[in-house]
Design a protein. Structure first.
Length: 76
């Protein structure tokens, strides 16, 4: 559907809902189409998605034991 700028100003929330529902919303200046209102794709990414499902990660900043240090440095 095509709407004028004036109509878009007064009914913006309805036009947004229409665009989210998949309807093509075009805003025109006079009789010339100017812009298209389209929804932004939402990402399914969430932080902490696997919280509680995986083990505790190693502490890479913890000091090495003497044995680990010897292994790392190749000492015998």
């Amino acid at each position: 559907m095509q709407y004028t700028v004036h109509t878009a100003k007064t009914q913006l929330s309805k036009l947004i809902e229409a665009a989210l529902a998949g309807e093509e919303v075009v805003i025109a200046r006079g009789s010339r189409p100017a812009v298209r209102l389209v929804p932004i794709a939402q990402s399914g990414f969430r932080l902490g998605l696997l919280a509680g499902q995986v083990g505790t990660p190693p502490d890479f900043l913890a000091p090495l034991s003497e044995q680990e240090l010897e292994d790392w440095e190749g000492r015998e």
